[in-house]
Design a protein around this ligand. Structure first.
Ligand SMILES: CC(=O)SCCNC(=O)CCNC(=O)[C@H](O)C(C)(C)COP(=O)(O)OP(=O)(O)OC[C@H]1O[C@@H](n2cnc3c(N)ncnc32)[C@H](O)[C@@H]1OP(=O)(O)O
Ligand SMILES: CC(C)C(=O)C(=O)O
Ligand SMILES: [Mg+2]
Length: 513
């Protein structure tokens, strides 16, 4: 059975999804979960792209021990130097250098001749090799590149010291047959190809990212790149959970496996969805809410008689509903802590106490506390920086009538401890709250996006609100969950502002060290 290395780029290419903006604290939480999932390599970011990304990559490189950490760099010395500074404390520092090789990218974007691109690639790999023992080189837009040019440049970067060669389908243009043949061609024509690991990196513009990745495996690729939930630039990257489960279920066909702990998939997917605000579609393969739901009579009849009639994947395989510990009004701290651990949360005693208090408050208002509810509470606590003073919602009240102008009265504790109270109106209840809150915040806030959905099912399901605001020169996303949609909306708005404040403090603290 061939082992396939999983290279997760949720924190780099995944974060390139339009509207997604994770701060360093959230990135570290995701990295810890990716480590639990068992990814072999984690691309933590693009250190030269911003100070925030540099700090995030550095903190991940210093904290994660069971996955290799890498960072992206362009083919220039500055990006490589910055990547080294961010990654040098990791267990096994590795760098990912990319440079486009297609005529269209070389001519119009890089404005370089093929010879100049070849020279830059070789120079960059040689330079990186002076520090990094693992150097991955990617031929950006490989699937639209001239194959003989690829043979030439790959041969030379291998000679310069590259240890992994990645041939991305950058714009999701390739078909499975073509993409597989590209790898066969390279394997046949680059004499030194056995010295390196070949990697595939697919995008989903034509909906073929998973199929293309699997075709690459059939043609000798030993590393697959992708993201959880398939998030990423434009239509996204290949969804790693789909590839890992496909290899597991169709071991008979592929004769290959990954080292992923498949029962961590659901938790990882939920965490990433919650922190990025990118909702997983119900019909999404493997992790969608309906992935194991049988609706029609003939299917239900078949499943009742013998599950394998319509069920090729069990929910337990990916970690859904694996235990019976039900939490409610009468549960205590021990059961709560146990449940938190089962859900993959290791909270400090202080945060665990806060989470327990929120859970108890919820049991007073809600008959049944579901795993989705617990997940929301625990994620909020886990990513909260309790030592930074932020805005705190104390109360929100809205008067609404079909013939009245909605009016909100909001009480908020500001970071300096002052309790502020304001009232304001809006075209709707949420707008009334947001107009009021914006007057209470120090500095202008511009609302860019607002989304609301329910967590789980049932009439007392929690509301989960997601907003995007522009504040202090930064675009920031915020989340809030509560039983009431208006409270969830108010919390999400303040959370977006607080994330900017926390991140500024985090940067100040890290840059002083
Ligand atoms: C396929 C991918 O996913 S690639 C990764 C894409 N990810 C990102 O771009 C996210 C982060 N990016 C950023 O924050 C910014 O683009 C930065 C900080 C990296 C660069 O910002 P700027 O210096 O303002 O440059 P800008 O983004 O406008 O243009 C990119 C420049 O890099 C050059 N470039 C692009 N790819 C490469 C490469 N692989 N190696 C060297 N130079 C490159 C372009 O030709 C252009 O150079 P020019 O200024 O001489 O024309
Ligand atoms: C940086 C490279 C590997 C990339 O993301 C792509 O080509 O899609
Ligand atoms: Mg990509």
């Amino acid at each position: 059975m061939q082992k396939i290395n999983i290279f997760d780029t949720t924190l780099r290419d995944g974060e390139q999804s339009a509207g997604v903006n994770l701060n360093a604290i959230e990135k570290l939480e995701i990295a810890k979960q990716l480590e639990r999932l068992g990814v072999d390599i984690m691309e933590a970011g693009f250190p030269a792209s911003s100070q925030g990304d540099f700090l995030a990559v550095q903190s991940i490189a210093r904290s994660i021990r069971n996955s290799s950490i890498t960072g992206l760099a362009r083919a220039n010395k500055r990006d490589i130097d910055i990547a080294w500074d961010a990654l040098k404390d990791s267990e096994e520092p590795r760098i990912h250098i990319f440079l486009a090789t297609s005529p269209i990218h070389m001519t119009y974007k890089l404005r370089k001749t093929p010879d100049e691109v070849l020279e830059s690639a070789v120079e960059a790999v040689k330079y990186a090799k002076q520090r990094f023992s693992h150097v991955q080189w990617s031929a950006e837009d490989a699937s639209r590149s001239d194959k003989w040019f690829l043979v030439k440049i790959i041969s030379e970067v291998i000679q310069a010291g590259a240890t992994v060669i990645n041939l991305p389908d950058t714009v999701g243009y390739s078909t499975p047959k073509e993409y597989g043949e590209l790898f066969s061609f390279i394997r046949e024509n680059v004499p030194s190809i056995d010295k390196v690991i070949l990697s595939a990196h697919c995008h989903d513009d034509l909906g073929m990212a998973t199929a293309n990745s699997l075709a690459a495996i059939e043609n000798g690729v030993r590393q697959i790149e992708g993201t959880i939930n398939g998030i990423g630039e434009r239509a996204g990257n290949a969804a790693l959970e789909e590839i890992a489960v496909a290899l597991h279920i169709r071991q008979d066909y592929y004769q290959a496996k990954t080292g992923l702990k498949l029962d961590e998939i659901k938790h990882t997917s939920q965490l990433i969805s919650k922190l990025t605000g990118m909702v997983v579609p119900g019909n999404k393969a493997v992790v969608g809410a309906n992935a194991f739901a049988h609706e029609s009579g003939i299917h239900q009849d078949g499943v009742l008689k013998e599950a394998s009639t319509y069920e090729i994947i069990t929910p337990e395989l990916i970690g859904v509903a694996s235990n019976n510990l039900v939490l409610g009004k009468h549960s205590g701290r021990h059961a709560f802590k146990q449940k938190a651990l089962e859900l993959g949360f290791e909270l400090t005693p202080e945060k665990l106490k806060d989470a327990f208090d929120s859970f108890k408050a919820l049991t007073d208002r809600k008959k049944e506390v579901t795993e989705d509810d617990l997940f929301a509470i625990l994620t909020d606590k886990q990513t909260e920086q309790i030592d930074v003073k932020t805005y705190e919602l104390q109360s929100v009240q809205v008067q609404y009538g079909t013939n009245n102008i909605p009016t909100a009265t909001v009480v908020v504790k500001s970071p300096n401890g002052t309790v502020l109270e304001e009232a304001g109106t809006g075209a709707g209840s949420v707008e009334a709250i947001y107009n009021t809150l914006s007057r209470m915040i120090d500095g202008p806030v511009e609302l860019k996006d607002y989304k609301l959905h329910s967590l789980g099912s049932g009439r007392d399901a929690l509301a989960d609100a997601f907003v995007k605001v522009q504040y202090s020169g930064v675009e920031s996303g915020g989340r809030g969950s509560a039983q009431d949609v208006l409270e969830a909306s108010a919390k999400a708005y303040l959370n977006a502002i607080n994330r900017v404040i926390v991140h500024e403090e985090y940067k100040k603290e890290k840059l002083q060290v």
